[in-house]
Design a binder for this molecule. Structure first.
Ligand code: GLU
Length: 427
C-alpha cells in the first residue's frame, strides 16, 4: 500500500528517528532552489558527534558508568542549540536525529542558532537526587569542550528540568571562574531564567494549533483535545487549550490513559500526577488502554511524548482532524503518509514545538543583555513568531501542494543551506 512510495531503508518494523529524518530530507530535495542543491549532503551528516563515558559514584559507594552524547548537527546559522535528554532508550542515532530536527526548527522560527542535542542513556527514576546531580555535573564536564554561550547552549528535554539546568550552569561557571548564565536556557528564574519558558513549548503548540484550526474553520471553543504525554509539553498544552474553552477528552502518560467525554479537569490530573507519579487512577475520568487512546474521536490529537508513537499500527484508527506534534519525531514516515491520505492535517514538530526554543532564545538574549522582560511581552512575542512561521509555511504548502511537514522542511532547510552556501568551504 502506501509504503510503495517509501524508500527501502524504511522497513516497516525498523524505523529509527535518524531514518525518519533522512526520509524527510529526501522529500525536500526536489523543492530546493538550484544553487542550494549541491549543499544538501550537509544536512545528511552531523558536523560533529561526541560520545562520552560518564562515571559516577552511587550512594552505595559503587561506581556506575553511563553513556552520554552531544551532537552538533549544523552550525551554519549560529551556535548549537538544543536540549539534553535523560532516558533509558537514548542512542547516538536518536540524538543525531534530535539535533538535526533542532537545525530545521531553529531556522523555521528564525532564531540565530544551529542544531544540537544531547542525552544520557539512563533511567533517572532509578537515581537519587544526589546521584542525578553527580551524573549531570560529570556529563557537563565531559561535554565542556563543546559548551559556551556563543558555542553551544543546552536546554531541558525529556526528564530534565530547571534544577538540572542550574547544575549545568554552575558546573560550567565554576570551570570558567565566572558566572555564565547564558550557557544554558530553561534555568530557574532566580538564576537568569525567563518568565514564560516553562509553558513555552505547550503555548507554541496551542498557537500553531489555533492557526491550523482557523484554516479549517474549526473553533477552539468546545473543541475536543487528546494529549499523549503529560510532562513539560503535554501538561501545558492541555491546560492552555482548556483555558481557551476546549475540552480535554483524553490524556495518556507512561502509567496509563484517561478518558472523559465531558472533559478531564487538567489541574486535578496534574495534582494526581504530583501525588502518585502518574495519571493512572485519577478520579473523574475512566481508564483507557494505550490502544484505545489513539482511537478516541477528537478534533486535535497532540502527541507530546517521544518518537515513533503514531505508526502504521494506529494511524488508520486515529479520528482527529488535526495532529499537532508537541514531541519530536512522534510520527513514522509510513504513518505520515496514511494520515495524509486520510485527510488528517499534521502540524509538524519542527514548527509545532518550536515555542520552547523560541523562548530559550528570549532567555539567552535577556541573559546577555542583563535586561529582563515581562511575561506578557514574552508571550506576545512568542505568539507573533509562531503565527508568522505558521503563515509562511502554510503559504508554501498551498502554493506547491505540499504537506505542512515538507513545506516546513523546504522553508527551514533553504535557510540553513543558504547560510551554508554563503559561508563556503574553509580551508
Ligand atoms: N528540548 C526542546 C526542543 O526539543 C527545547 C530546546 C531548546 O530550548 O534549546 O525543542
Amino acid at each position: 500500500m502506501t509504503n510503495a512510495s517509501l524508500p527501502s531503508y524504511l522497513s516497516r518494523e525498523n524505523v529509527g528517528p535518524w531514518e525518519t529524518y533522512l526520509d524527510q530530507v529526501e522529500r525536500v530535495a526536489p523543492h530546493l532552489d538550484k544553487p542550494l542543491i549541491p549543499w544538501i549532503e550537509t544536512l545528511r551528516r552531523p558536523k560533529r558527534s561526541l560520545i562520552v563515558d560518564v562515571p559516577i559514584k552511587l550512594d552505595s559507594g559503587e561506581v556506575a558508568h553511563f553513556e552520554g552524547y552531544r551532537v552538533h548537527h549544523n552550525l551554519s546559522r549560529g551556535p548549537g542549540k538544543g536540549g539534553i535528554r535523560f532516558h533509558p532508550a537514548v542512542t547516538l542515532s536518536e540524538v543525531m536525529a534530535l539535533a538535526a530536527w533542532m537545525t530545521v526548527k531553529n531556522a523555521v522560527v528564525q532564531v540565530p542558532y544551529g542544531g544540537a542535542k544531547g542525552g544520557i542513556r539512563v533511567d533517572p527514576k532509578s537515581l537519587s537526587l544526589a546521584e542525578l546531580e553527580r551524573l549531570t555535573r560529570r556529563y557537563t564536564s565531559e561535554i565542556n569542550i563543546l559548551l559556551g554561550p556563543d558555542r553551544d547552549i543546552p536546554a531541558p528535554d525529556v526528564n530534565t528540568n530547571e534544577q538540572v539546568m542550574a547544575w549545568i550552569m554552575d558546573t560550567y561557571s565554576m570551570n570558567q571562574g565566572r558566572t555564565a548564565t547564558g550557557v544554558v536556557t530553561g534555568k530557574p528564574l532566580s538564576l537568569g531564567g525567563s518568565l514564560g519558558r516553562r509553558d513555552a513549548t505547550g503555548r507554541g503548540v496551542f498557537v500553531t494549533a489555533r492557526e491550523a484550526a482557523r484554516r479549517l474553520n474549526l473553533p477552539i471553543e468546545g473543541a475536543r483535545i487528546a494529549v499523549q504525554g503529560f510532562g513539560n509539553v503535554g501538561e501545558a498544552a492541555a491546560r492552555i487549550f482548556a483555558e481557551h474553552g476546549a475540552k480535554v477528552v483524553a490524556l495518556q502518560d507512561d502509567t496509563g490513559a484517561l478518558h472523559s467525554g465531558g472533559g478531564i479537569d487538567v489541574a486535578r490530573a496534574r495534582t494526581h500526577r504530583e501525588l502518585t507519579g502518574g495519571l493512572k487512577g485519577c478520579a473523574g475520568a475512566e481508564a483507557l488502554s494505550a490502544a484505545e487512546f489513539w482511537r478516541v474521536p477528537c478534533d486535535f490529537l497532540i502527541p507530546a511524548a517521544v518518537e515513533n508513537q503514531i505508526t502504521e499500527a494506529n494511524a488508520g484508527a486515529i479520528h482527529a482532524k488535526i495532529v499537532v506534534e508537541g514531541a519530536n519525531g512522534p510520527t513514522t514516515p509510513a504513518a505520515d503518509l496514511i494520515l495524509r491520505e486520510r485527510g488528517v492535517m499534521v502540524v509538524p514538530d519542527v514548527l509545532a514545538n518550536a515555542g520552547g526554543v523560541t523562548v530559550s532564545y528570549f532567555e539567552w538574549v535577556q541573559d546577555i543583555s542583563s535586561f529582563f522582560w515581562s511575561e506578557a511581552e514574552i508571550n506576545q512575542r512568542l505568539d507573533r513568531i509562531m503565527t508568522e512561521a505558521f503563515n509562511g509555511i502554510w503559504e508554501v504548502s498551498q502554493a506547491r501542494a505540499l504537506s505542512l511537514r515538507t513545506a516546513a522542511f523546504v522553508v527551514g532547510c533553504s535557510r540553513v543551506l543558504e547560510a551554508r552556501a554563503l559561508r563556503g568551504l574553509y580551508p
